[in-house]
Design a protein around this ligand. Sequence first.
Ligand code: NAD
Length: 337
Amino acid sequence: MLQVAINGYGTIGKRVADAVRQQPDMEVLGVAKTRPNFEAETAIDKGFSLYAAVEEREHLFEEAGLEIAGPVEDLVDEADVVVDATPSGIGAQNKELYEEYDTPALYQGGEDADLVDVSFNARSNFAEAADADHVRVVSCNTTGLSRVIAPLRETYGVEKVRATLVRRGGDPGQTDRGPINDILPNPVTIPSHHGPDVETIFDDLDIDTLGMKVPATQMHMHSLNVTLEEEVDAADVRELFEDESRLFLIPERMNIDGSGKLKEYALDAGRPRGDLWENCIWEESISTVGTDLYLFQGIHQESDVVPENVDAIRAITGSADAEESIETTNEALGIGL
Ligand code: NAD
């Protein structure tokens, strides 16, 4: 059993902890937190050992009646791998800690690509993480784009990708984010940083991205145009995507017209926290004009990177190959709507 430490138990960390717990070949050694907030309470309720991420704040947990198993250093020392899910930039500060205890580490998309040996997407470059000590699971948007681009590149060849990312202003719990009544070009400069991030996954990919932010919290929406190296029927692309376990093609008959109904569907289907681990592609939107492919996809920012983190744990520890890992993760979580 792989012993996994989770440092940073927020939106991503708590989901990764639950997902790791469901796997047959790994367990959560403990989770580290900075504050005794509601997430610390539920971590204890779920039976996770709680470690203090910041020594000087340990007394706050004691005062709140939450038992601390030890300092984060102990957790990192004993773990086979640590998943750092701290806010952007904190992962970089923590790298020294992981190096000190010689524990391989996964970071999230908020960290810079040059912090790590490899940027990771399970479908696209799993094997590259095998000899790495520091691996970055790319952001929600980069994960969503990579999952679509990988099969298209392999099957038809990709000449150029253009994507407009309509991004949620903040996660549902991020009450300090916005806009609340505006539509922002964000970043206003073109191309946005998302394209170069996708290029950390694929060698010699030509991609330009544009970003916007809107008053929504549930999901991102991508409008995607991929120029392929050959003319392809939309029906063939649909068939290609049907075989991809982390692409969900929303059938017309479901009457799902946006991210609100998608989230409702996830909740009705009994998904934990209403999570949608798959890219949600509107099947009717998949269209081709000559060599140009178009589609709309919804990306659930809080959860699409979760199965990727689980796979990255196996990749960095060399405990499974891509196919085996993706299959195990999918089965344990129930991926595939
Ligand atoms: P979050 O703020 O919800 O959670 C981060 C947690 O880390 C919080 O509980 C915070 O208290 C804790 N923390 C802060 N400093 C710490 C420290 N020094 N040691 C340990 N814990 C510490 O953030 P998040 O949304 O889960 O994002 C985490 C990472 O995942 C970021 O790199 C982010 O860019 C990336 N990411 C976020 C999303 C998203 O939409 N939320 C999607 C994909 C990737």
